[in-house]
Design a protein around this ligand. Structure first.
Ligand code: ZN
Length: 115
């Protein structure tokens, strides 16, 4: 997305919102488990125009650290509150108990390590 597109989206939302001063701006995030109610999200701490290596980017800093799970896929199974997920595609491998007999994700084939 380019900065101009973001500005246009914000302007469009602003024009149609009666009380824009009450609207929280958040970043929607994906979690590897079912949720009820509001989809998970994190707030925005700040923004800045990138410089040096980040020149040409408008950077949004979330209130909480976000981590990419797609790059350099580790094999270690992700544990989200006793829901064990594939480190590559986040497919649920096991719930409540570790299952070291599972060596590969049944959805994407990623090799997995239980620790
Ligand atoms: Zn997978």
């Amino acid at each position: 997305m380019k900065l101009t597109e973001l500005i246009n989206c914000i302007n469009l939302a602003y024009e149609h919102e009666r009380h824009p001063d009450t609207i929280d701006v958040v970043i929607a995030i994906k979690v590897p488990y079912m949720t009820v109610g509001q989809a998970p999200c994190v707030g925005i701490k700040s923004t800045y125009m990138g410089f040096d290596w980040e020149a040409g980017q408008f950077r949004i800093i979330p209130e909480e650290n976000l981590m990419c799970v797609k790059h350099n896929v580790p094999q270690e199974v992700i544990n989200w509150n006793d829901v064990y997920c594939c480190p590559k595609c986040e497919h649920i491998l096991s719930i409540n108990d570790k299952d070291p007999d599972i060596k590969f994700c049944s959805k994407c084939g990623q090799a997995v390590e239980w620790k």
